[in-house]
Write a new protein. Structure first.
Length: 491
């Protein structure tokens, strides 16, 4: 079954690995991101040049960010599409994400002079960092920073992929593409269009990305770390006067017994008044840059293990099940059958091993959802990751026209919001999607998680609901797959 880059383009996974690239899935994005800090901190001259080019473009934008800038120029210079051809990001169905829209463009244009006022004349940090934008602006996160970085190094990624394609991919599987935005012409102030010979898939080109530019979960310079490290960074400010002012101002924003929410609000106000704290945080991150490399490498290796090697093995085993990828019936029937196959494989045929990366169970439902999307490969049904419609997103909507729709949610038993979800959200999702058919699949990895789920179902009087299906992924209670197995069931 052709799912991964190596499958589609008939190359060995080892050749991709030796080239230093990630063997991407072509049926859905994987939750990895390009971290610009890995360019800044690299010992590779080409990576350092790429980071310098990013900063040069930011300086160009700062020069153009005036109050009366024409909206058309904002679109041309500040707004970018997602580079969907690298198959990274948040989109579980296909690879078409939202990109950097009008909100990001306007925010960048309005705040460049404030946020990046000292670009080129830093007194605290060693260099300039695009990530600073996500530290002080709400709504700008790792995906925005990664998308922006990917757009600004797209020419490099095209050239990188072209080198691999010309050496390893047969001519019939590649083509010449005119790629817009591969580099910027500062004389004419327009993005260039250049031709590259790239792998061709569904009429579009595909890009490989070096593994050593990728990370998972969050980028190295992140808002989460800034807030978590606030007290440590503030206490380490070498300027005694500034340190006292920051401490006094922060404490003045707090009540006698502040909540976590109040503390975060006080931190946000302190950052707004004393931007130098952000600079000292960035300097601390720069000083520990080697840690960024090792952390990102570990995350990417775990992602390879889980998303590529182990998930591929699971898909291969499902493919061998007679008729699995050709199941028919209504969407409700097909959904129930696919869940049953999946449950049986995990519980009775050693498939549970494929959910663990280096002995650890998935900690995010997103990982299980990616696996579940693979389970639906080749179906005649529409399998869509549902957007948030204002009443909460459902994980998947399986449909064949407007009259036949089934909803599916995958939950980890460890989810702290599981009770609330089971109690309220099912009816809301069904009403929002005009259907009465939905399944909840709950995966548990320990005895304690199973006990928790049973208690919740019993208290909500849902223990006999056949549309709530538990999957036992414990690794300490399994018999050999060679022994007789039980039929899939539900609780």
């Amino acid at each position: 079954m052709d799912i991964y880059f190596s499958d589609v383009f008939r190359v060995s996974p080892e050749s991709i690995d030796d080239f230093g690239a990630f063997n991407i899935s072509l049926i859905g994005d994987l939750p990895l991101f390009i971290d610009p800090f890995l360019l800044f901190n690299s010992t590779k001259k080409r990576y350092q040049e790429l980071h310098t080019e990013i900063i040069r473009y930011l300086l160009f934008l700062r020069e153009k960010a005036v109050d009366n800038i024409h909206p058309g120029l904002v679109d041309a210079w500040f707004r970018f599409p997602e580079v969907k051809q690298n198959f990274f990001g948040f989109c579980l169905e296909g690879n078409s994400g939202s990109g950097l829209g009008k909100g990001f463009a306007n925010s960048l244009c309005a705040n460049l002079h404030d946020i990046f006022s000292d670009f080129g004349s830093e007194k605290v940090t060693k260099g300039q960092h695009l990530e600073k934008l996500c530290l002080v602006r709400d709504g700008v996160g790792r995906d925005n920073i990664s998308d922006f970085t990917t757009n600004l190094i797209k020419g490099y990624l095209c050239d990188y992929t072209q080198t691999f394609a010309q050496k390893h991919i047969e001519p019939g599987l590649r083509a010449r593409f005119a790629v817009r935005g591969s580099s910027f012409d500062y004389d004419r102030e327009v993005w260039r269009i250049e031709e590259f010979e790239l792998p061709r898939y569904n009429g579009d080109y595909v890009l490989l990305t070096p593994r050593d530019l990728l990370t998972k979960d969050d980028i190295w310079i992140s808002k989460h770390d800034l807030f978590a490290d606030f007290e440590r960074i503030a206490d380490a400010i070498p300027n005694v006067q500034l340190r006292a002012q920051v401490d006094s101002y922060f404490r003045s924003r707090l009540s006698r017994n502040p909540t976590a929410k109040e503390r975060n609000s006080a931190k946000r106000q302190t950052f707004a008044k004393f931007h130098q704290v952000i600079d000292y945080y960035i300097r601390d991150k720069e000083d520990h840059g080697d840690r960024a490399v090792s952390v990102s490498d570990e995350k990417v290796q775990l992602s390879l293990q889980l998303y590529v090697y182990q998930f591929k093995e699971l898909i291969d085993r499902l493919e061998k099940e007679t008729g699995f990828y050709g199941l028919r019936g209504s969407t409700e029937d097909e959904t129930r059958q696919r869940i049953a196959f999946f449950k049986d494989l995990i519980e009775n045929k050693d498939g549970y091993k494929l959910l663990y990366a280096k002995g650890d169970a998935p900690k995010r439902e997103e990982d299980v959802q990616i696996l579940y999307r693979f389970v639906w490969f080749g179906t005649p049904s529409d399998v869509n990751r549902e957007p948030n419609n204002g009443r909460g997103p459902v994980d998947f909507k399986i449909s064949r026209g407007s009259a036949d729709k089934t909803l599916v949610e995958f939950k980890l038993a460890s989810n702290t919001g599981l009770r609330r979800n089971l109690e309220h959200q099912v009816a809301i999702y069904e009403k929002a999607n005009d259907t009465k058919k939905s399944f909840k699949v709950i995966i548990f990895f320990t005895d304690q998680e199973l006990a928790k789920v049973k208690t919740i179902l019993r208290e909500l009087k849902l223990e006999n609901n056949d549309h709530i299906i538990l999957v036992d992924a414990r690794k300490d209670n399994k018999q050999s797959a060679s022994k007789v197995t039980k039929q899939p069931d539900h609780l």
